[in-house]
Design a protein around this ligand. Structure first.
Ligand SMILES: [Zn+2]
Length: 200
């Protein structure tokens, strides 16, 4: 294939060079897809990047009047205080427990004043301990993405389960491993009650 090349003299010239066509979407998979904890296998492909935009599109609930969190009463939460609330999923997710920590004020992570920023650290540790106190839970993943809803919400996922004398790969936060679907039963309700008691 002929391509244009700059030669030493600074002039441009046609040169004959063999080039191969870059296959569509040839981006390599990130290393974490090879971690033991990654729950998926088979052919995976990196999605193409969306074109850059001049202005970031609005997220759900950018305005407090439209914010689901701000418009949800305390009854929907398994624990709440003057400045923080903890929500559990309405139905089993396949994991032993999934919790969401929200500040009561309509703020995102970078907007937190020092008091709430400091309390976020304390609340993070409290929730991690509470979830880890569930029978069989050995590890808790803590995540904040911030791409969906504008109101700060931190995800807490019970992600590795202790088995007697046996270590099993836990699910990655973005998915649910098949082995954990057995937790999708009435134990989930008991787990929610346990967490509520632990935080009180
Ligand atoms: Zn809000």
């Amino acid at each position: 294939m002929a391509i244009v090349r700059e030669i030493e003299s600074g002039q441009w010239a046609l040169a004959c060079t063999k080039v191969s066509v870059v296959p569509h979407n040839a981006a390599p998979l990130p290393d974490f897809t090879r971690w033991p904890s990654f729950p998926f296998e088979g052919d995976l492909r990196v999605k193409d990047l969306a074109p850059p935009v001049a202005v970031e599109p609005p997220r759900s609930g950018e305005d407090a009047s439209d914010c689901v969190a701000c418009n949800t009463s305390d009854d929907a939460y398994i624990w709440f205080s003057e400045r923080w609330r903890v929500r559990a999923m309405d139905r089993p997710t396949g994991l032993p427990m999934v919790l969401i920590l929200e500040c009561r004020s309509h703020l995102d992570l970078g907007d937190l004043p020092n008091l709430l920023a400091a309390e976020l650290g304390v609340m993070t540790v409290r929730l991690e301990r509470a979830i880890r106190s569930l029978d069989g839970v050995a590890r808790v993943h803590v995540n904040r993405w911030g791409d969906g809803s504008a109101h700060l919400h931190m995800w807490f996922l019970a992600c590795r389960v202790r088995r007697s004398g046996q270590r099993r790969a836990g699910p990655h936060p973005v998915g649910v491993a098949r082995d954990f679907l057995r937790f999708s039963d009435c134990r989930y309700v008991g787990h929610r009650t346990h967490i509520s008691t632990e935080l009180t």
